[in-house]
Design a binder for this molecule. Structure first.
Ligand code: FAD
Ligand code: SF4
Ligand code: SF4
Length: 453
């Protein structure tokens, strides 16, 4: 299922052949081509901007292009049984062996460890990944890392829109031919833009390693607003995650962990506008165009800290297999069957209850209400974890939730604009989003009716 390798023409020739060079926008530009839907992916801050209409995940056919790009990148389209996790050669539990874990990491550090092994084995000359500064550990700073030491500084999620494609300008314009093999690490909207211009980069080889991604805060102010709702000491937070135990786990610089039941967020109505508009328009939770995607949500809850908890990976093609092979000395892979755990209630039963507060938040209709006592919030988290979907079904429930919420948001927005603007939502949707909608058609129409106002 591997595609034919792109003809290698070198950077100078690629530039000449491409012929399309634009003027990069400054990073502090306030309006981008995709306007309020822009995910600030960095593409427009490079001279590749001339191709933005065909590359941007939020312009023209947008994420509907994933269907064709999957075929191009993986050599075949997504099959029926790949509806949720995308084209795959395998889906496995994964973790970094305890003795090989790095200091800075989100979970066990699978992504960082693979990146280091790709450099150590000289499979790549550089890794494009997201670092941060010491004083602002949660704010993204994408870099072209040339050494293992540099990559080790980039572990951990920077939970904010990140201009990951920005260093392509350095690669494309400044680096000449010294970086021929690149490993790119990023999330779905960034990977879609990258894949759209892959042939024009003049690289001998491109490996793409990604993570799942959903509901990213739009900037530092939004992230801070969320942390104030979730944490007693937001100023020392160095990471957080919505975990499978229905709690938000917040890591702190002094080594503390807070575990806050999702039902006891302080004044959740203040979180309106935290999630970027792009993420309310996104249908690529599982990063379908990577060679290898890493996440956590498909693993049954094991208790403990996220930095010790198993993760899972989706291998999409031969390049993904090669990344795992080259990293096998530091990774522990489990069996796919370990992820197949059913909950007591089906995800279809729980979805309406989960979606309403989310849509209230999205439309700014969340009303202030008294916080439940902590013991009750803890109990609710326990009950939902015990009753709810687990393993791959938990992941499917998360994908259903994000897909349906975003479909309702986009359709309601469109209905408001329709008088002056005849846009067809379906023309911008990948097939998997339409299929998920058809599974919940009745619920979708009820929600549409409720929120169209
Ligand atoms: P590490 O070894 O710590 O490496 C993390 C890598 O992520 C780094 O290489 C860095 O380059 C990259 N990175 C960090 N911040 C960003 C960013 N803002 N944009 C692009 N790349 C970045 N997984 C799920 O299963 N379900 C989810 O709902 C989910 N939501 C996520 C939301 C966001 C915004 C992000 C960035 C990730 C999300 N993930 C989700 C993935 C998960 O949090 C971990 O990133 C993944 O399991 C890898 O963990 P690790 O320990 O192997 O990563
Ligand atoms: Fe440009 Fe990326 Fe924004 Fe699209 S999402 S307008 S490609 S910066
Ligand atoms: Fe990009 Fe989608 Fe992640 Fe938002 S949720 S940052 S649009 S991949």
């Amino acid at each position: 299922s591997e595609r034919a390798p792109a003809e290698h023409i070198g950077r100078a020739q690629a530039r000449a052949r491409c012929g399309k060079k634009g003027k990069p926008m400054p990073v502090d530009q306030s309006v981008y081509p995709a306007k309020e839907l822009c995910s600030r992916c960095g593409f427009c801050n490079t001279s590749l901007i001339a191709q933005v209409q065909d590359a941007c995940a939020f312009l023209g056919a947008g994420m509907a292009r994933i269907d064709q790009l999957e075929h191009t990148v993986h050599g075949r389209p997504r099959q029926e049984e790949e509806l949720y996790f995308g084209v795959q050669d395998g889906l496995r539990p994964i973790q970094v062996a305890p003795e090989a874990r790095t200091g800075r990491r989100a979970w066990t550090g699978v992504v960082t460890s693979i990146a280091c092994e790709m450099l150590r084995s000289k499979a790549v000359d550089a890794v494009l990944c997201v670092s941060s500064t010491v004083d602002k550990p949660l704010e993204p700073k994408p870099i072209l890392a040339r050494s293992v030491e540099e990559v080790l500084q980039t572990g951990g999620v920077k939970p904010m829109l990140s201009p990951n494609l920005l260093p392509l300008e350095e690669l494309w314009q400044v680096r000449g031919e010294d970086i021929q093999r690149l490993l790119f690490i990023g999330v779905g909207c960034q990977v879609q833009a990258l894949r759209s211009v892959e042939a024009d980069l003049g690289l001998k080889e491109l490996y793409v390693l990604g993570t799942n991604c959903v509901d990213n805060p739009r900037n530092a102010e939004a992230l801070h607003r969320f942390l104030q709702s979730a944490s007693e000491t937001p100023e020392t937070a160095t990471g957080f995650e919505f975990m499978q135990d229905n709690r938000i786990h917040v890591k702190h610089s002094d080594g503390r962990y807070e575990r806050i039941p999702v039902f006891s967020l302080k004044e959740p109505q203040n979180c309106t506008g935290v999630i970027a508009k792009s993420c309310y328009s996104c249908f690529d939770y599982v990063n379908a165009l990577t060679d290898l995607t890493v996440g956590y949500m498909g693993v049954p809850w094991q208790g403990g800290r996220m930095t010790e908890h198993q993760q899972y990976c989706v291998v999409r093609n031969e390049r993904g297999q090669k990344m795992l092979r080259l990293s096998q000395s530091v990774l522990e892979l489990g069996q796919a069957e370990e992820l197949q755990v059913d909950g007591r209630l089906s995800r279809q039963q729980l979805l309406p209850e989960v979606l309403r507060p989310e849509l209230d938040l999205a439309f700014g209709q969340r009303k202030p209400r008294p916080e439940p006592p902590r013991w009750l919030a803890e109990l609710l988290s326990e009950v939902f974890t015990w009753l709810g979907p687990q393993g791959l079904d938990f992941a499917r429930a998360s994908i259903d939730r994000a897909t349906l919420r975003n479909l309702v948001c986009l359709e309601v927005d469109l209905l408001k604009k329709r008088a002056g603007q005849q846009m067809e939502l379906d023309a911008t949707l990948p097939k998997h989003a339409k299929k998920i909608r058809s599974q919940y058609q009745e619920l979708f129409e009820t929600l549409l009716e409720t929120y169209r106002g």
